[in-house]
Design a protein around this ligand. Structure first.
Ligand code: G3P
Ligand code: MG
Length: 256
């Protein structure tokens, strides 16, 4: 797959923005990742009770905001009143849980690539995928680089039917034996897995079947170097600056 292919992501992807130095999945975190040199960012998207996609990793509001309970029981208006920065550090107080549309606008304005992870509350796979597709259709520039991923195969299937030209990625934790069949069944161009499950055999197999391998979450430059030497295509990191500063040499292009 060449760099011109729409599914091609840069080698270093800011995880939840740059969640090592800013509150995850906020506009501040996305902006920080780009300031730190990332040429791609990942964030997670779920929906509110009234169907608005918002940038949030957890089913519940408690860990990353001053709200409580399931995201899917609150309206977008209620979610917008919450503070999503003070839990991380006082200087981020006043950050909000972004609407997907606001996060898309920021990423597109910076000209970096996006890996949007659909993170549906269990049972809300279809409306979440539909809401993400509708927002992308109206807000994301047609020529901007995006890959949509999920651990939820129902969400990938619904999204894929609505936006068949957008590349898809399947996220797993441990790599299942039937990964090839899963990628084919759900029309995915990439496999995303936890770093401990990467082997050279897996990398070679993924490439031989015409797919790409993206690995999370890699914050140690030495580990990143070893993964790139095995042929891993991209890593998700909470600290893009650490990996970029290490100038990891792989015999390929600089690790951006
Ligand atoms: O997409 C890679 C990574 O973000 C998946 O795990 O839990 O951080 O969304 P998680
Ligand atoms: Mg994610």
């Amino acid at each position: 797959m060449t760099e011109e292919h729409p599914a091609f992501l840069p080698r270093i992807i800011g995880h939840r923005g740059a969640c090592g130095s800013a509150p995850e999945n906020t506009l501040a975190s996305i902006a920080r990742a780009i300031e730190l040199g990332a040429r791609a960012v990942e964030f997670d998207v779920t929906i509110s009770r009234d169907g608005h996609p918002v940038v949030m990793h957890d089913f519940n509001l408690d860990r990353c905001s001053d709200g409580h309970g399931p995201v899917v029981l609150k309206t977008a208006e209620e979610i917008a009143t919450l503070d999503a920065g003070g839990w991380f550090a006082p200087e981020f107080k006043g950050e909000h849980i972004p609407l997907l549309s606001d996060a898309l606008e920021l990423v597109a304005s910076k000209g970096v690539a996006l890996n949007l992870e659909i993170k549906p509350t269990l049972g809300w796979e279809e409306p979440t995928a539909r809401a993400v597709a509708a927002t992308l259709k109206s807000k994301w520039p047609a020529d901007a680089r995006i890959l949509v991923s999920s651990m939820s195969t129902p969400a990938l299937d619904v999204f894929g039917d609505l936006m068949p030209d957008t590349p898809l990625g399947l996220i797993v934790y441990a790599v299942p034996g039937q990964w090839r069949e899963l990628l084919d069944r759900h029309n995915c161009l990439s496999l995303h897995c936890y770093s401990a499950f990467v082997t050279k055999e897996l990398v070679d197999g993924v490439h031989a079947s015409g797919h790409r391998l993206h690995v999370y979450t890699v914050n140690d430059p030495v580990e990143a170097g070893a993964l790139f030497n095995m042929g891993v295509d991209s890593v998700f990191t909470d600290h893009p600056d650490r990996l970029l500063a290490a100038r990891i040499v792989t015999g390929k292009e600089a690790p951006r």
